[in-house]
Design a protein around this ligand. Structure first.
Ligand code: SF4
Ligand code: SF4
Length: 391
């Protein structure tokens, strides 16, 4: 196939994929209950002298569950207690009610069938990919198929929520804006972080609905051996991408705590799987991220994602990671050239700062001497002088 035809094919496949994801997501979003994601009414409360808790609830349109949680009521009869008997100021009552209303709204907005189903499928899928990678069975074709399967199941079918990114973002914005911690979200976040601790960003690589979409797009623009870009691909220096990611994280956190604002919400690229909720700005942003994904590996993950940043810190302690055997390595640097980012170069030379490794396995399959494994243990240092510092 000529060069021009190859390039045209990349663009055509890219547009077809994006249109298919949006259209299929439109269709699939009706499958789940899809309740509102709003985090609770914050209307001012009305107080009257001598009112009971039940009357207070009626007057302010508060469900009994909210009252029970806010005032830790044990019995139905407690509803007949006077509000004054609680020995709380109006400000304290308002704070408890808002806290309780927010939690109630969070519980209400979740689909409690979909979430355990999604986590079960994540465990099964990631387990299967882990076995395939350990056995060195992943080929360029199989990788694309697995990524497509992941984005179809975890994104199109099961939607944008929950996601690794969403757990970090929503935890910070909810706590920053309302001082509320939603326990199920913290459990989900712990599970995602445990997965990073077990296997180096495996959840990002193979499970995240947006990560897998960006990865497929990047690999649409690669040759059949998955080693080089067709339209040209770039490896931004990690120093810059990480500075931008840290700055974005700090700005987002500051906005949540100081102005009670969620800066990611209007541009949240995971909304591609919930197209009806995409704003024009959000649509443009996700479009730009996907176009950029043709040329730069996972731009959202490397430049913006809050979970990407947290996961990068944690992956330093991961049990399983990409490890090079320097006894058999011949120093050809095929792995470094084929790696979609700058990380393999840093691993190979054992740099002090190692960028995010998305455990894609490309380095494993291009190594001519079978010297790279996804394995448990510490990375050793290359023999002195084996790799020159510059590439
Ligand atoms: S870093 Fe990328 S893959 Fe990981 S959670 Fe964020 S968007 Fe998903
Ligand atoms: S080091 Fe290997 S597994 Fe990690 S991102 Fe690069 S090619 Fe993928």
């Amino acid at each position: 196939m000529s060069d021009t035809m190859n390039k045209t094919r990349v663009w055509l496949t890219f547009f077809s994929l994006v249109v298919a994801v949006v259209l299929l997501s439109f269709g699939a979003s009706g499958l789940w209950q899809g309740k509102s994601e709003k985090t609770g009414d914050t209307a001012p409360l009305a107080f009257r002298d001598g009112m009971t808790i039940a009357e207070f609830g009626l007057e302010n349109n508060l469900p009994n569950t909210v009252l029970q949680k806010a005032f830790q009521l044990q019995d139905k009869k407690d509803m007949e207690k006077k509000l004054e008997a609680l020995n709380l100021s109006q400000a304290e009552i308002a704070e408890r009610i808002n806290h309780s209303r927010t939690l109630e709204a969070e519980y209400e907005s979740k689909d409690w069938v979909k979430i355990p189903l999604k986590f079960t499928l994540w465990f099964l899928f990631l387990g299967a990919v882990f076995v395939l990678m350990r056995r060195k069975r992943i080929t360029p074709g199989l990788r694309k198929t697995l990524y497509l399967a992941a984005l179809a199941v975890f994104g199109i079918l099961l939607g944008s929520d929950p996601s690794p990114m969403g757990t970090v973002k929503d935890a910070i914005s909810l706590y920053g804006a309302k001082g509320v911690i939603f326990p199920p979200r913290m459990i989900a976040l712990t599970v995602f972080l445990l997965l990073v601790f077990l296997v180096n960003k495996f959840i990002c690589s193979w499970g995240c609905q947006l990560g897998t979409l960006q990865d497929v797009v990047f690999r649409l623009n690669r040759n059949s051996r998955d080693t080089k870009g067709i339209l040209g691909q770039y490896h931004p220096p990690f120093l810059w991408s990480n500075i931008i990611r840290i700055a974005f994280f700090l700005t987002f956190t500051l906005a949540a705590f100081v102005w009670a604002t969620d800066l990611v919400e209007p541009i949240d690229p995971f909304r591609i799987y919930k197209p009806a909720a995409l704003t024009i700005g959000g649509g443009i942003f996700v479009g730009l991220i996907l176009i950029a994904s043709l040329f730069v590996y996972r731009p959202w993950c490397q430049f913006f994602c809050p979970f990407g940043l947290v996961g990068w810190l944690l992956e330093k302690a991961s049990l399983f990671k990409i490890i090079v055997n320097y006894e058999t390595c011949i120093g050809c640097r095929s792995c470094e050239k084929a790696c979609p980012s700058t990380v393999m170069g840093a691993i190979l030379k054992r740099d002090r700062v190692i960028p995010d490794c998305f455990a894609c396995g490309t380095c494993i399959e291009v190594c001519p001497t079978d010297s790279i494994r996804l394995a448990a243990g510490k990375r050793s240092r290359p023999p002195e002088g084996k790799f020159l510092p510059e590439i």
